[in-house]
Design a protein around this ligand. Structure first.
Ligand SMILES: Cc1cc2nc3c(=O)[nH]c(=O)nc-3n(C[C@H](O)[C@H](O)[C@H](O)COP(=O)(O)OP(=O)(O)OC[C@H]3O[C@@H](n4cnc5c(N)ncnc54)[C@H](O)[C@@H]3O)c2cc1C
Length: 583
C-alpha cells in the first residue's frame, strides 16, 4: 500500500491518554467513515459538542467511494471545504468517459464521453458540480473539517462495546484498543455510523429488508504507471468489459494517474476467493495481453440492496450504510449517507438547543427511508442494465455476425446506462413528500409523486414543500444556497405583511433561530413561485405562501409543526450489548 493509497489520521491527536470516563458531550457518533465524519463535523459546525469514535486507526485499506455527488458538494460549500476537495491528488485533467469494450486491445463497443473535472462546468441548477474524489482523498478532507470544529473530539482505535439507554441519556462502554481499558461515556444521544455490518443496528434488533445479496464481487487495486499506453483506445475513467457471457469486469481510474481498480462483478451464487495470479490473469484478459502490474489490495465484498426497517430506537439513531446498503452502480451510497447525516444533524441540534420537540427526531426516518429505497432500487436497476446486455455469445467473433452483436451490445449499454451517468434528479430531486414536520400547500397525487421519484435524470428546480430549496445566482454573485445553513431562513420576494411579521415575531418569542432575507431578483422570484418561502436548516422547504398563515393560532401551528413540538412518548429503558449479548 502506498502513502497516497493510505489515508492516515492523526491517531489520538485530541487526547494522548485516550477517552476518559469523565468526558461527555451532547452526541456520541460511532464510526469515522465518511458519514460519521460528516455527521460529527456538521453537528460541531452547528455549535454542538460531539465525541467521535473509530475502532480502526483511520487508515483506509481500500478506497470504496470515488464520486462525491453534487448535493454533497453543496454541503461541502456550506462547510467551506470545496477548495480542499478540489486540491486532492486526482488528476483533474483526466477524462471521465465511460467506455464499453470486449478488451482494451480489442473492440470498443461504445463510449459515453464525459469531461475531466477541470473541463466540467457546474450545471445551471447548482453552484457546485460533482467531483471525482476517492475515499482515500475525501476522508482526510472530512477529517480536517471535523477536527477544525471546536466542539468535536475524535478517538481512533476506540471501539463501542455496548450501550444502555434510559429516558434521558445513553451510557456507552467503549474500549481503548491500545491499552484494553474500558470507559463509560454518557451522552444524551448516540448515532451509529458503524457501516453495513452495524453492530448497533443488530443489537437494537432492527431488520434490513430488500432484495438482499446481489453479487459476490472482488475489487483489486493495482498500480500500473503506463496502463493507457498499453492499448490504442482513448483514455476513460471507467472501462467496462463484455465477454461471451455478458459484462464481467470494470476497471476504473482511481486517481487519474497510476492507480486502477478492477472489479470482478461476479454473481449471487458463487463466492469466489481469487489468488493474486488469478486476478492478474483476469486483468490481462481485460487488456487483451499480459502486462506488468503491482497488486496493492484485494477486497472481496458483497453487493446488496437492503434498507433498515427503522432508523433507530429511543435516543439511538442509525445513519449511512448502517441503515442502507446499495449497489455502487450509481455512486449514491455515501452521498445518501451524507444526506442522512445533514437531516439528522440539524434535528438533533434543534432538540439539543431546546427549541424543538421529539417529533422532529421521528421525522428523520419518515423523510430519509423513502430516499434510501429510491436510490437502492435505482442502483440495482443500473446493475441489471449493465449485466443483462443482449446476447453476447458471438461478441468476440470477427465478421458481420460479430459486428452485429457488438453494435447491439454497445447501443444497449450506451442508452441504458445514460441514466446512471446523468442522474441529477437522484442527487438534487430528493423531496420529502410525506413529512410530519412540513406544512404542505397542495394536495399531490401518488402518481405524480411516483413519476418524480422514478425519474433519475430530469431535475425540476422547485420550491414545492419538502424539496431542496433551488439555487439561483443572485446579483451579488452569491447563490441562494449560500444564505441557508445553521438557522431557518425566510426568503421574502415581496414586502412583508402583518401575518409574516407574526411568523417572525413568534419565532423570536419562542427562541427559534430564524433569519429573514429579502430577495429582489426576478429570476429567483419566478423560480420560487411564492412570495414567502420558509427553508429549514438542511436547505429543504418547510412551508411557502403568498401571505403568512391566516390567524395567530395558525402561525403557532406552523412553528409547532416544523419544530416537531407535538408530544411523543419516550421509549422505555433499553440495554443493548453490541457484542450480541443482551442483558
Ligand atoms: C466499490 C464501491 C464503490 C463505491 N462508490 C461509491 C461512490 O462513488 N459514491 C458513493 O456515494 N458511494 C459509493 N460507495 C458506497 C460507499 O463507499 C459507502 O456508502 C460509504 O463508505 C458508507 O460510509 P459509512 O461512513 O456509512 O460506513 P463505513 O465507510 O463502512 O464506515 C463505518 C466505520 O465505522 C467503524 N466502526 C464500526 N463499528 C464500530 C465500533 N463498534 N466502534 C467504533 N467504530 C466502529 C468502522 O471501522 C468504519 O470505519 C461505493 C462502495 C463500493 C463497495
Amino acid at each position: 500500500m502506498t502513502d497516497e493509497h493510505r489515508a492516515k489520521s492523526a491517531n489520538g491527536e485530541h487526547s494522548p491518554q485516550g477517552l476518559q470516563s469523565s468526558q461527555s458531550a451532547e452526541v456520541l457518533v460511532v464510526g469515522a467513515g465518511p458519514v460519521g465524519l460528516a455527521l460529527a463535523g456538521d453537528l460541531a459546525w452547528r455549535g454542538h459538542s460531539v465525541i467521535l469514535l473509530e475502532k480502526s486507526d483511520g487508515s483506509i485499506f481500500q478506497p470504496k467511494m470515488d464520486l462525491v455527488g453534487i448535493r454533497t458538494m453543496e454541503f461541502c460549500r456550506k462547510w467551506g471545504i470545496v477548495a480542499d476537495v478540489e486540491a486532492t491528488a486526482y488528476d483533474r485533467e483526466y477524462p471521465q468517459d465511460n467506455v464499453y469494450l470486449t478488451t482494451l486491445k480489442g473492440h470498443e463497443l461504445g463510449r459515453q464521453p464525459m469531461p475531466s473535472m477541470n473541463a466540467e462546468l457546474a450545471p445551471p441548477e447548482s453552484p457546485q458540480k460533482r467531483e471525482r474524489c476517492p475515499q482515500n482523498f475525501f476522508d482526510p478532507v472530512l477529517q480536517k473539517f471535523a477536527r477544525s470544529q471546536a466542539g468535536l473530539v475524535t478517538y481512533y482505535q476506540t471501539e463501542l462495546i455496548e450501550f444502555v439507554q434510559s429516558s434521558d441519556a445513553v451510557s456507552s462502554t467503549v474500549k481503548d484498543m491500545k491499552t484494553g481499558e474500558m470507559r463509560t461515556v454518557v451522552t444524551p444521544y448516540l448515532v451509529a455510523c458503524d457501516g453495513g455490518k452495524s453492530a448497533v443496528r443488530e443489537s437494537l434488533g432492527i431488520a434490513m429488508k430488500g432484495r438482499g445479496l446481489l453479487t459476490y464481487t472482488t475489487n483489486v487495486i493495482f498500480k500500473c504507471a503506463n496502463f493507457n499506453a498499453l492499448h490504442d483506445k482513448a483514455p476513460g475513467y471507467r472501462y467496462m468489459f463484455v465477454g461471451p457471457t455478458g459484462t464481467w469486469a470494470t476497471i476504473v481510474a482511481i486517481n487519474g494517474r497510476d492507480h486502477w481498480r478492477m472489479s470482478i462483478i461476479g454473481n449471487a451464487q458463487e463466492k469466489t476467493n481469487y489468488t493474486h495470479d488469478e486476478l492478474k490473469a483476469l486483468a490481462h484478459r481485460a487488456l487483451g495481453a499480459p502486462f506488468e502490474m503491482e497488486i496493492l489490495s484485494v477486497l472481496p465484498w458483497q453487493r446488496a440492496e437492503l434498507v433498515a426497517e427503522s432508523y433507530g430506537q429511543g435516543r439511538v439513531f442509525l445513519c449511512g450504510d448502517a441503515c442502507h446498503l446499495t449497489s455502487p452502480t450509481g455512486g449514491l451510497g455515501m452521498n445518501t449517507g451524507i444526506g442522512d447525516a445533514v437531516d439528522l444533524s440539524w434535528k438533533l441540534g434543534a432538540v439539543l438547543s431546546g427549541y424543538a420537540g421529539p417529533a422532529l427526531l421521528n421525522s428523520y426516518f419518515v423523510e430519509r427511508q423513502p430516499i434510501a429505497k429510491r436510490i437502492t432500487q435505482f442502483s440495482t436497476g443500473n446493475l441489471e442494465t449493465l449485466k443483462k446486455v443482449p446476447s453476447s455469445a458471438k461478441i468476440e467473433e470477427e465478421g458481420p455476425e460479430g459486428d452485429r452483436v457488438r453494435l447491439a451490445v454497445g447501443e444497449a449499454l450506451c442508452e441504458g446506462l445514460k441514466r446512471e451517468w446523468f442522474s441529477l434528479n437522484m442527487h438534487l430531486g430528493n423531496r420529502y413528500t410525506n413529512s410530519p414536520i412540513n406544512v404542505y400547500d397542495e394536495v399531490e397525487s401518488a402518481e405524480d409523486q411516483a413519476i418524480e421519484f422514478n425519474d433519475a435524470v430530469h431535475y425540476r428546480p422547485s420550491s414545492r414543500v419538502g424539496a431542496r430549496a433551488p439555487h439561483v445566482w443572485l446579483s451579488d454573485n452569491t447563490s441562494t444556497l449560500d444564505w441557508l445553513g445553521r438557522d431557518f431562513v425566510l426568503f421574502c420576494f415581496a414586502s412583508s405583511t402583518p401575518r409574516i411579521e407574526d411568523v417572525v415575531r413568534t419565532a423570536k418569542h419562542w427562541k427559534i433561530p430564524l433569519q429573514v432575507r429579502e430577495i429582489h431578483h426576478a429570476g429567483a422570484k419566478a423560480l420560487y413561485e411564492k412570495a414567502f418561502v420558509l427553508i429549514r436548516p438542511d436547505g429543504h422547504v418547510a412551508w411557502r405562501g403568498d401571505d403568512g398563515p391566516s390567524s395567530e393560532q395558525a402561525v403557532q401551528d406552523l412553528w409547532l409543526t416544523v419544530c416537531g413540538r407535538t408530544h411523543v412518548k419516550e421509549s422505555a429503558s433499553n440495554r443493548s450489548s453490541i457484542s450480541g449479548v443482551h442483558s
